[in-house]
Design a protein around this ligand. Structure first.
Ligand SMILES: *[C@@H]1O[C@H](CO)[C@@H](O)[C@H](O)[C@H]1NC(C)=O
Ligand SMILES: *[C@@H]1O[C@H](CO)[C@@H](O)[C@H](O)[C@H]1NC(C)=O
Ligand SMILES: *[C@@H]1O[C@H](CO)[C@@H](O)[C@H](O)[C@H]1NC(C)=O
Ligand SMILES: *[C@@H]1O[C@H](CO)[C@@H](O)[C@H](O)[C@H]1NC(C)=O
Ligand SMILES: *[C@@H]1O[C@H](CO)[C@@H](O)[C@H](O)[C@H]1NC(C)=O
Length: 561
């Protein structure tokens, strides 16, 4: 099994926009049984370490003693250790813990207490692509020269704070890698050590903050990726060269990260897309201790913070910056609304998401005409349909007209109706049509729709603008139904990659916009990187597309190949 998994290239193009949309809403499970005075919550507490009595060997002992002093229970030391989530060493002087409101009041009177903020849920975002940046491996343009001069990140250690990794992916193979730097102090703690190598040099998992909320999914402490986001972002940052990569034929080529010779250390903080700031803070703390050079983070608080003092990720990354760790962090996916920027610390490189010049297309070949019309699609595979009758069904919303065998064996053309596309698509996917063409979307809506919804599109379907669709409608109208010599037929071809889309890059609609509510005087984001439809590694166990290839529909799930 392991060898067959590792022989797979786990590849996937994806936007985190999609991931963000499929996120389950985060439901904090604070104990609801208790009365309001003993209502528990979770806090990150800042302490003045100068106030620590000399009797304590470590800060952790002191933190436990403080928590023990808050309760009169005879087993107060046990209670204290159940309340302590993490003690921090590098990012802050302090700890995270579970407290009732009366315990918090008591804590405020403890010696050395400075400040506390509520632990908050965090969510995963998106990252960046290589070819489009001009990084092609030989000199010429200045970006290439810089890439070469940096030896593709050789000797650097990049820490990925995300949902873990699929270690068998070929992007994490160590072919061509130099030795693990002697300064590295981390370890492959949450994997069988045989899964780490000269590329993947560390793996740890953090879940105590989730455990404190009685969300037990993190208790499986493996650093293995359970959603794909971490594998995708880590291989985008530092994946090794992988020839023959594609997404079911789309975007074929050699996959590689921006720093393909850098080492990678994994800090898993998302468990089934759930994560909290106390665990992220601990991951940053540990990454500093382990000796990473760069932190790559595609996450942020679920609610936009209005003050940097209340944003644990901003505070923790400040410490990282002080320790010479460079932090690159995604702007967020709250756009296009202004002031939707969740990460805006002046000391981090905040990266907005943009499109690249690549798009994925399908062609509709109109029968007897030698004419083909092109549109967008991510239907998996280089699939060529047989010639089939093509019919125009208006907005395709009349369920009586599309039900049963009415559309059996036909390619259906639908006129897009504003706000109804999901329903239109669903209605046609429920019919017995063999293919679908949706026309009348404006160019931006078209792109966004295809990127966001390709996982829900299991019928061979393509999407085009009104202008592109005119030829199709004209063909259907012009071929008189009475003429059996001139039947209205067409075929569909998928799997076409177009590399010269213009204009490019464009800021993605979903990319968070400034100004930042927390630091409005600093212009953010700093730069824009390719963030939409980026090909990178993906776990073979996480579904990326669904297809039907028979009629009545037979559903099968495609994993990355
Ligand atoms: C935690 O969850 C378990 C299982 O859902 C439940 O039995 C238990 O009462 C919960 N504990 C708290 C403190 O909410
Ligand atoms: C670790 O992996 C090696 C090689 O695949 C295997 O022989 C060993 O049994 C594994 N150890 C554990 C604890 O799973
Ligand atoms: C932990 O997660 C890994 C990867 O998803 C899985 O293979 C393993 O069975 C899980 N272990 C437990 C105890 O759930
Ligand atoms: C829906 O289609 C049926 C069957 O073709 C037709 O009888 C009916 O009039 C249509 N309804 C509308 C509102 O167009
Ligand atoms: C398509 O079928 C599914 C499953 O039966 C149903 O939930 C959905 O509402 C249908 N869609 C439309 C537009 O009727």
């Amino acid at each position: 099994m392991a060898s067959s998994i590792s022989s797979f290239l786990c590849s996937k193009l994806f936007t985190t926009l999609i991931l963000t949309f499929i996120l389950l809403p985060f439901v904090p499970h604070s104990s609801s049984s208790s009365s309001s005075s003993s209502q528990v919550d979770h806090y990150i507490v800042f302490m003045d370490s100068n106030a620590m009595p000399k009797v304590f060997a470590t800060a952790r002992h002191w933190h436990l003693a403080i928590l023990a002093s808050l309760t009169a229970a005879p087993d107060n030391h046990q209670v204290a250790s159940s309340k302590l989530i993490h003690s921090y060493s590098h990012v802050i002087d302090g700890f995270s813990c579970t407290l009732t409101s009366s315990e918090l009041d008591a804590l405020r009177n403890s010696d050395g207490y400075l400040h506390s903020i509520k632990d908050v849920p965090v969510k995963p975002y998106t990252t960046h692509s290589v070819e489009f940046l001009g990084l092609r491996g030989s000199g010429g343009c200045s970006a290439s020269a810089a890439w070469e001069a940096s030896n593709y990140g050789e000797g650097m250690i990049i820490g990925s704070i995300d949902s873990g990794v699929w270690p068998e992916s070929r992007s994490f193979g160590d072919h061509g890698m130099g030795p693990v730097p002697a300064r590295w102090r981390g370890e492959c703690a949450q994997f069988n050590a045989s899964l780490c190598n000269k590329k993947l040099i560390g793996a740890r998992s953090f879940h105590q903050g989730l455990d404190a909320r009685n969300i037990t999914i993190g208790k499986n402490s493996s650093a293995r990726d359970d959603t794909g986001h971490g594998t995708h972002t880590a291989s985008t940052a530092a994946g090794n060269f992988v020839p023959g990569a594609s997404f079911f034929g789309y975007a074929p080529g050699v996959a590689k990260g921006v720093a393909p010779r850098a080492h990678v250390a994994i800090y898993k903080v998302f468990h089934q897309d759930k994560g909290v700031a106390s665990d992220v803070t601990k991951a940053i703390d540990q990454a500093i201790e382990d000796g990473v050079d760069v932190l790559s983070m595609s996450l942020g608080p679920k609610e936009v913070a209005t003050s940097l003092y209340d944003d644990p990720v901003a505070i923790a990354t400040f410490a990282a910056m002080e320790k010479n760790v460079f932090v690159a962090i995604a702007a967020g996916n709250g756009g296009p609304t202004p002031k939707s920027l969740s990460n805006s610390s002046p000391w981090t490189l905040v990266v907005a998401a943009g499109s690249i010049d690549r798009e994925f297309r399908a062609e509709l070949h109109l029968g007897n005409r030698g004419v083909s019309v092109s549109g967008l699609s991510l239907y998996p595979g280089s699939y060529l349909s047989a010639q089939a009758p093509i019919v125009f069904m208006g907005d395709c919303l009349n369920e009586t007209a599309t039900a049963g065998e009415a559309l059996k064996g036909k390619i259906v053309v639908c006129q897009h109706k504003n706000q109804m596309l999901g329903y239109q698509l669903s209605n046609i996917q429920n019919s017995s049509a063999v293919g679908a063409v949706f026309i009348g979307l404006d160019a931006e809506l078209l792109r966004v729709y295809v990127e966001d919804n390709h996982m829900k599109t299991w019928l061979p379907a393509m999407f085009m603008t009104l202008e592109e669709g005119e030829a199709v409608k004209k063909y259907i109208k012009s071929s008189s139904s009475s003429s059996s010599k001139n039947p209205r037929v067409a075929s569909l071809r998928f799997g076409i990659t177009n590399l010269n889309r213009r204009p490019a890059p464009m800021v993605a609609g979903y990319s968070s916009r400034g100004p930042s509510p927390a630091s409005p005087y600093v212009l953010k984001p700093d730069i824009m990187g390719p963030g939409s439809l980026i090909l990178a590694a993906w776990p073979p166990t996480v579904e990326v597309a669904t297809v039907t290839d028979s009629n009545p529909p037979f559903y099968s799930t495609l994993y990355s190949d």
